[in-house]
Design a binder for this molecule. Structure first.
Ligand SMILES: [Fe+2]
Length: 436
C-alpha cells in the first residue's frame, strides 16, 4: 500500500468511528483524561498541518490563523495552548469548519505526495506523515475510550453502537496455564530494517529504541489475561479491603476514589452475579461477560490482584515489560488475527483453547510492573517532536499489547504504552507472570 493510500485509509477510519455520534456527543469531555471527539478530529489534522504541511509543502497556507495554537495538545516549544479542560467549550469553530479543515489537510497531503517526480516529497516528509498516521491511530483509540466514558456518564447510558458481533455468552475461557521461558540475555526494543524503504513498514516510536540487551531470569507467563469471573473472586475475597495486597499509593488512591470494582461495573441485584458492566453496546450483565478479560483496571488494582493470586501460586506477580516483550516475540502472534478495533466487537472476548499464549495482541492492554523510562542511550526526536514521548518519562507505568479498540496496524511486540498508575478509562487489564 502506498503512503497516500494508507493516509486515506487511516483518515477515513477516523470519520467512520465518529459516524454513530451526534454533534452533541462530539462535544462531551467527561473526565480529565478525555477530550471531545470533535477536538480529536481537529487535533489530528493540526498534527499534519504543523509537522508536515507547514514545513514541506511549498506555498502551503494554513487553514485558519488561530488553529496552530487552538489545537496544540501539549507541545510547549510551539507556544501557548488552551488548558485541556477547556476543550469541551470549543463550540466554535463549528463542526462544519472542523470537517472542512480535515478535507483541506487531506487535499494538501495528497498534493504533497503527488507532486511531480522532479519535486518528490522528501524522505523526512514521508517519515513525518507516517508518524502522523500512527498519531491519528492513537487518537482513534482515544475517541473510542473517551466516548465510552462520555456516554456512561449520561444518565440514559446510551450505547455507542448496537451490538453487531456480540461474543457468544456460553463461550468459556480455558483454565489459565503457564508457559515457561528461560531467556538469559535477550534483545529488547525495535529492530530497524535498513533495507525497507516504506516508512509505514519500518515505523516505531522513539521510545522503542535503542534495541539493547537485557538479562531475564527464567519466568512463566499465563496463557491468557485474567477474566472478569476471576477478578470477581478477588472482590468477593475482600480484595478491596485487605491492605496487605495493596501498594501504599494504591491503597490511598483506591480508598480516596472509593473504588470497589473496576470502572464501569455497577451493582445490579437483578442479575445472577449482582453486577452489570457498561460497554460500548450499553449495559450487559456480568453473567454474560464473566469469561471475558477484565478491563478498566488501574495498575494498582492489577498489582493487588496479582498479589492475591500469589496465595495459591507463590511467586505470582505482574510481568516486567521485558518479559512480556520476549514472550510476545516468541509467541509469533499476529495483530491482524486479534480482537482489535477492526473486529468491531468493541469489547474483550473470551480466550480460545488454542495452544500457546492467547490474546497477546488486542482485547486488553496489559499492565506490567515496569516504570516508563528511556532505554539506555535513548534520544528523543529532534525539535518539537521530541515532546511526543520523552517528556512523559516520570510517574507512569508501561502497558503492552493493545486493546479491542486499538487499530490492528498500530501495534507490535515492541510497542510501549504508558499511563499514570491510577488510570482506568483505557481498556486495561492484566496477565499474570511468575518466577521459575
Ligand atoms: Fe495528539
Amino acid at each position: 500500500m502506498t503512503l497516500l493510500a494508507r493516509f486515506r485509509a487511516v483518515r477515513a477510519a477516523t470519520i467512520a468511528l465518529v459516524a454513530p455520534l451526534s454533534p452533541e456527543d462530539l462535544m462531551v469531555q467527561s473526565c480529565p483524561e478525555a477530550s471531545p471527539a470533535k477536538w480529536h478530529l481537529a487535533h489530528t489534522s493540526w498534527f499534519f498541518e504543523t509537522f508536515v504541511l507547514s514545513e514541506f509543502l511549498a506555498g502551503y497556507k494554513p487553514f485558519h490563523p488561530d488553529f496552530h495554537w487552538l489545537f496544540n495538545s501539549y507541545y510547549n516549544s510551539l507556544g501557548e495552548m488552551p488548558e485541556k479542560k477547556l476543550r469541551a467549550s470549543f463550540s466554535r469553530p463549528p463542526l462544519d469548519a472542523i470537517l472542512t479543515y480535515r478535507t483541506h489537510i487531506d487535499a494538501a497531503i495528497a498534493r504533497l505526495l503527488e507532486t511531480p517526480p522532479e519535486y518528490p516529497a522528501n524522505a523526512e516528509a514521508c517519515r513525518r506523515i507516517a508518524l502522523g498516521l500512527e498519531h491519528e491511530q492513537q487518537h482513534q483509540e482515544l475517541i473510542a475510550t473517551d466516548i465510552k466514558h462520555a456516554l456512561f456518564t449520561n444518565p440514559l447510558h446510551p450505547a455507542y453502537r448496537n451490538p453487531s458481533a456480540v461474543p457468544p455468552s456460553d463461550s468459556m475461557a480455558p483454565p489459565i496455564d503457564w508457559i515457561d521461558f528461560t531467556p538469559g540475555l535477550t534483545e529488547i526494543g525495535f529492530a530497524p530494517n535498513p533495507d525497507a524503504s516504506d516508512p509505514t513498514q519500518t515505523f516505531c516510536f522513539d521510545n522503542e529504541t535503542p534495541r539493547h540487551t537485557v538479562y531475564l531470569a527464567p519466568f512463566a507467563l499465563a496463557t491468557r489475561p485474567v477474566t472478569c469471573a476471576e477478578y470477581l473472586a478477588f472482590m468477593d475475597d475482600n480484595g478491596y479491603a485487605r491492605p496487605e495486597l495493596w501498594l501504599a499509593e494504591g491503597w490511598s488512591t483506591m480508598r480516596g476514589e472509593a473504588w470497589q470494582a473496576p470502572l464501569y461495573w455497577q451493582r445490579d441485584p437483578a442479575t445472577h452475579s449482582g453486577w452489570r458492566i457498561y460497554t460500548l453496546h450499553g449495559f450487559e450483565a456480568l453473567d454474560t461477560l464473566s469469561e471475558t478479560p477484565v478491563c478498566h483496571l488501574s495498575f494498582f488494582e492489577a498489582d493487588a490482584y496479582a498479589r492475591w493470586a500469589a496465595r495459591n501460586t507463590p511467586g505470582t506477580r505482574l510481568p516486567t515489560e521485558f518479559e512480556w516483550e520476549h514472550a510476545a516475540i516468541q509467541s509469533a502472534a499476529l495483530p491482524a488475527t486479534s480482537n482489535m478495533l477492526e473486529t468491531a466487537n468493541l469489547h474483550p472476548t473470551p480466550a480460545t483453547s488454542r495452544p500457546g499464549l492467547q490474546q497477546i495482541f488486542g482485547d486488553v492492554w496489559e499492565w506490567t510492573s515496569s516504570g516508563y523510562t528511556g532505554y539506555p542511550g535513548y534520544r528523543p526526536l529532534p525539535g518539537a517532536l521530541g515532546e511526543y514521548n520523552g517528556k512523559f518519562m516520570s510517574s507512569q507505568v508501561i502497558l503492552r499489547g493493545g486493546s479491542c479498540v486499538t487499530p490492528a496496524t498500530h501495534i507490535r511486540a515492541t510497542y510501549r504504552n504508558f499511563f499514570p498508575p491510577g488510570t482506568r478509562w483505557q481498556f486495561s487489564g492484566l496477565r499474570l507472570a511468575r518466577d521459575l
